[in-house]
Ligand binder design. Structure first.
Ligand SMILES: CC(C)(COP(=O)(O)OP(=O)(O)OC[C@H]1O[C@@H](n2cnc3c(N)ncnc32)[C@H](O)[C@@H]1OP(=O)(O)O)[C@@H](O)C(=O)NCCC(=O)NCCS
Length: 299
């Protein structure tokens, strides 16, 4: 890696997440800048081991600017892509406008290129930050349509909690042998973000379907509506089987990932919100059809 720019009042550090003081410092930065608490990761075994953080620290040990990339293999249009995900880009307000983030982007890009990633993906509300580096913006789509007639499955679902050690072990086992939930775009084997999002996302229920050996992440915003966020399983069950297994009878279904493996017709519509999905990589790897990465994989 080429030498990072020196800032006289700051120290540059890489790969510092295993240092307890560094881990606390990044937690403090993310809480200050984004209001996000990464504390639940401690109960889940800490950070993703593939993470490559680069950061500047001040004399008091505060992490004042950080950017990180981690490995997130994806399926995109049926092809397995060795992708990196960029996250935790943040600079403390009093240190902004000095070029710290520009330098961290440069270093993180160089590290990803050296590691041989084929593509990089990120979420942002400021796409202009990344356009100069060749990132392309996608507005994600969710998929809504009439519910299918319930399938033949018995309503045997059991709720799971990430805070229950027995349930957590079952979740980890199932995540380890999952198949991508969509062939259009999905994570291949990322599991830490799923578990963290189970803490962070509001109103998400995790249910276990014993016969299908599947974890279903879902919401029911209204009695007649069913929202499907993710399926963790070695074989993806059909939508009618899931609805019957959960004992629900909705009229409208929204699926928050491409439903190409669910055996169900639908209409795509843009997801609300400020965040856009960006990708950098060869044109041949860019998603070709409407998509959304499951919110349980969001990073
Ligand atoms: C966005 C943020 C990381 C920028 O950090 P910074 O250290 O002030 O940025 P820099 O001084 O290195 O500027 C880098 C470039 O980004 C541009 N930039 C800075 N803030 C920007 C913003 N809010 N929107 C668009 N571009 C911005 C700068 O003009 C500069 O452009 P240049 O390279 O062409 O000169 C910082 O403001 C922050 O932490 N914001 C809150 C969290 C956030 O939005 N994170 C990034 C989104 S994923």
């Amino acid at each position: 890696m080429s030498a990072p720019l020196a800032f006289p009042d700051l120290t540059f550090l890489q790969d510092y997440f295993d240092d307890p003081a560094g881990w606390k410092a990044i937690g403090d930065l993310l809480k200050t800048v984004f209001g996000v608490d990464i504390g639940p990761l401690d109960a889940l075994g800490g950070h993703d081991r593939s993470n490559m953080p680069s950061a500047y620290f001040d004399a008091e040990g505060r992490c004042v600017a950080n950017f990180a990339a981690f490995s997130m293999p994806l399926v995109i249009d049926g092809r397995r892509v060795r992708a990196a995900a960029w996250q935790s880009g943040a600079v403390l307000p009093e240190f902004r406008g000095r070029g710290l983030f520009r330098e961290l982007i440069r270093i993180t890009l160089e590290r990803c290129e050296q590691a041989g990633f084929e593509a990089i993906v990120l979420y942002t509300d400021k796409p202009a930050l990344y356009e100069p580096y060749g990132f392309v913006t996608f507005r994600e789509q969710s998929f809504t349509g009439p519910a299918p007639a319930p399938g033949n499955a018995f309503a045997t679902a059991r709720r799971l909690s990430v805070e229950n050690p027995v349930d957590l072990a079952l979740l980890r086992e199932t995540l380890a042998r999952r198949t991508p939930v969509s062939n259009r775009i999905a994570v291949c084997d990322q599991s830490l973000m799923f578990l963290l999002n189970a803490y962070l996302l509001e109103d998400v229920t995790l249910s276990w379907l014993e016969a299908e050996q599947a974890v279903i992440a879902w919401r029911q915003p209204q009695a007649d509506r069913f929202e499907l966020l993710d399926i963790v399983a070695a074989d993806i069950p059909a939508l009618d089987t899931i609805i019957a297994g959960l004992g629900l009878a909705p009229t409208i279904v929204t699926v928050q990932f491409p439903p190409d493996r669910l055996g169900w017709e639908e209409t795509a519509s843009a997801v609300d919100g400020d965040l856009v999905f960006m990708m950098r990589g060869p044109q041949a790897l860019m998603p070709q059809a409407p998509f959304r990465l499951s919110p349980m994989a969001e990073f």
